[in-house]
Design a protein. Structure first.
Length: 179
């Protein structure tokens, strides 16, 4: 059973280690993952309207995942590409990583993604109608985890780091009628 809790400042050393692990940092699109940047971007003083979470199994952190309203980042190239491919402005975006390299490739990523979408993205945000992620096309493990979590491929777009695959999951229809 996967549970989630908000990322806290005392978790930043763990997140820093995960972000600098070679299997993660290679896909982090040249983002600064130095200690100062992790504190700035993920710590309690961060000003971006992004929710950062840890996924837990048996009480132990196994993954990091974040969500945000796509409309809050409408001026960023990635989000503009989503809208150009038909994503609604009421969508959310997610980013994620599985921390321990030994736990990758075993279905943990898709389990975490699906539970997070159900429990946090749609469970806590009734106004979000879709959830999107657009990993680099070369990051096969990432987009396959999204597919296994029920996301549908929408299209490909170019980025400064290479082609990206946009995958989207819709809020279940029953949830839409409950709003």
């Amino acid at each position: 059973m996967t549970a989630f809790r908000p990322l806290a400042d005392e978790d930043l050393p763990l997140l820093h280690r995960w972000l600098n692990e070679p299997g993660v940092v290679r896909w982090w699109e040249n983002d600064d993952v130095s200690w100062d940047a992790v504190v700035r971007d993920y710590g309690s003083a961060a000003t971006d309207p992004v929710e950062h979470w840890l996924a837990l199994e048996d009480g132990e952190p196994v993954a990091w995942i974040q969500c945000y309203a796509a409309a809050d980042f409408a001026d960023e190239e990635e989000t503009r590409q989503w809208f150009a491919l038909g994503v609604e402005r009421t969508a959310a975006g997610i980013d994620y990583l599985v921390g321990d390299p030994a736990r990758r490739g075993r279905g943990l990523g898709s389990t975490v993604i699906r539970a997070f979408v159900d429990d946090v993205v749609f469970g806590r945000h009734p106004h979000w109608t879709h959830v999107c992620a657009s990993p680099l096309a070369a990051n096969v493990a990432s987009w396959r985890a999204l597919e296994k979590a029920g996301f549908a491929f929408v299209g490909t777009f170019g980025s400064a780091f290479g082609p990206c695959r946009l995958l989207v999951s819709e809020r279940p229809t029953a949830d839409l009628h409950d709003r």
